[in-house]
Design a protein around this ligand. Sequence first.
Ligand code: HEC
Ligand code: HEC
Ligand code: HEC
Ligand code: HEC
Ligand code: HEC
Length: 145
Amino acid sequence: MFSKKELKLAYVLAICLLVVGAVSYAAFPLKAPEEPIRIMYSVTAGKVLFDHKTHGSETGFGVDCLDCHHHPGESDEETMLACSDCHAPPPAGQKVNPTCLDCHEADEIEDAEVPNTGDAYHAQCIGCHKDFGAGPVECSQCHVM
Ligand code: HEC
Ligand code: HEC
Ligand code: HEC
Ligand code: HEC
Ligand code: HEC
């Protein structure tokens, strides 16, 4: 059994947590997804570690955000999306990915050739490493684990 003192302490703690929760919620309203630091892709070919922060920062490889977040709709940090948001194939029976419809009419883009997510990564990641003459280009240099 709990003593009265323990119970009182528990109530005080619970109220404190509630207040902290409410204040945090108000201070950090919902906003665009955070810029990731590192991303680990788990694929059957072997895991790939992508260091987002180092690629994009001046003290790292200094790649411009828009070189990767390439679609015209991704014009500022607030609108940068995950590649898969656009590059995942449309659901069965639909001609275009629903994300596109946030910004376009279906008939205006249904002929666009959008590579699937895997091909989009390979083309962009490897393409840039080749252009720079630096960074991994062989399967086993990326799919290391
Ligand atoms: C070398 C390529 C590259 C550069 C440079 C880059 N990003 Fe990214 N970014 C990515 C990839 C890849 C993802 C992960 C997308 C996924 O997993 O589908 C990502 C994800 C994001 C996300 C999360 C999107 C979501 O919905 O989860 C944000 C926000 C973001 N980047 C912002 C930025 C900003 C701001 C910069 C510049 C400071 C930047 N990125 C530079 C490739 C890059
Ligand atoms: C966040 C908003 C946004 C999303 C999501 C988006 N687009 Fe766009 N798209 C734009 C803007 C802005 C332009 C440039 C102005 C224009 O041509 O309408 C553009 C241009 C285009 C163009 C013209 C050629 C080019 O690349 O400049 C095509 C084709 C296109 N989008 C297809 C798509 C498809 C397919 C999807 C989904 C896979 C998609 N867009 C998702 C905003 C978006
Ligand atoms: C807002 C939607 C959108 C996002 C987010 C997006 N793409 Fe694309 N991507 C497209 C569309 C639409 C096309 C085809 C039409 C075009 O070329 O603009 C395309 C084409 C490509 C191509 C083919 C070559 C080229 O540039 O035309 C590659 C490679 C590619 N994307 C890689 C990526 C990678 C990697 C990411 C994440 C860092 C990403 N895309 C994020 C919409 C998007
Ligand atoms: C627009 C250019 C660009 C794109 C796109 C790009 N990279 Fe890189 N990447 C670089 C550069 C530059 C280096 C640095 C090479 C050096 O200095 O040794 C690098 C290095 C790396 C390295 C080795 C260093 C480390 O961080 O461990 C890995 C792994 C890597 N990239 C993975 C990726 C993956 C995965 C993608 C796609 C999601 C990607 N890169 C997309 C430019 C790019
Ligand atoms: C620059 C880094 C890089 C190199 C080099 C690379 N990959 Fe990948 N690969 C990735 C990333 C990142 C993904 C995750 C894509 C996703 O989440 O859909 C991936 C996904 C895959 C997938 C699962 C998705 C798909 O496309 O079916 C396979 C299979 C794959 N890679 C095989 C290979 C093979 C084979 C090679 C060599 C010819 C190779 N990769 C070279 C980074 C790389």
